[in-house]
Design a protein around this ligand. Sequence first.
Ligand code: PEP
Ligand code: MG
Length: 320
Amino acid sequence: RVREAYETRFESATTLDGHHVEVGANLGNTAHAEDAVSHGAEGIGLLRTEFIFMAHPQAPDHDTQVVEYRRAFEALGPERPLVARTLDVGGDKPLDYWPVPQEDNPFLGLRGIRLALTRPDVLETQLRALMVAAEGRPLRIMFPMVKDVEEFLAARAIFERIVAELYPDTHQAPNVQLGVMIEVPSCALLAPSLAEHVDFFSIGTNDLTQYTLAIDRGHSRLSAQADGLHPAVLQLIRMTVEAAHAHGCWVGVCGELASDAQAVPVLVGLGVDELSVSARQVPMVKSWVRRLTLDDARRQAELALTRATSAAVRDALEAL
Ligand code: PEP
Ligand code: MG
């Protein structure tokens, strides 16, 4: 099965009844973009740009970042999209040259977009470098750890400033979409208000699960319970997809759940448009989608939503 999946990796992930799901790759290093494409990735669904920052002894300047991002665009070619997440540090990901005051609860502290908004200069440089490197190729920019529309609009104002500077005539960036990661439960609950303003959502099920179940995703004893197939998390995903589609936005999933064999049918059934997984999992995830019908996937999603715990969801799906 693994071999068969690998041999068909360049075929699209289309269900037996013709429903296409885009499958992209998660990346922390743009040098691996070519490898992702050679595994059948239809784009980069999550570029974790903080790894580029972590690999440098100080914040990479504009030119350094352009070189990094350009490498990904060149590997992807003119059609495949790059979804770049802006710098997501703080919490479990410290940056040596950007110290954050000691916090009792770093996961609930200055991290993600909250931290980025304290340094608009860093965010500006990054946004400028991304758009310069894209040169009109499909770029999707998303902000991490957003909790509500106020934070998104603050980040978007910075983006718009840079767009106006780069494109003084039109104030429009060609082929750039703007989105948010859905990682904080408040954002899923308020997805209708966000969907009015964004082009897309990408659900970060790792953090969304951690914050919904109040379980540290890296906890040595508890992390196994931080299962994204928990019905509470699935409800939030459903709300996110419904709000997005009502406003013509697309929705991806870029957390671990997107490469879980039992979860893929459920996510497709909930209406998720794109899955982003590690490069080597792309062939398998595509092959799982190809074995489904959309009706069957919807039934699996409905079944999962009737259960009360993640173990019960997995048992019910297993029994099918
Ligand atoms: C997530 O939280 O699901 C996610 C994709 O982001 P990261 O794992 O980098 O926090
Ligand atoms: Mg996250």
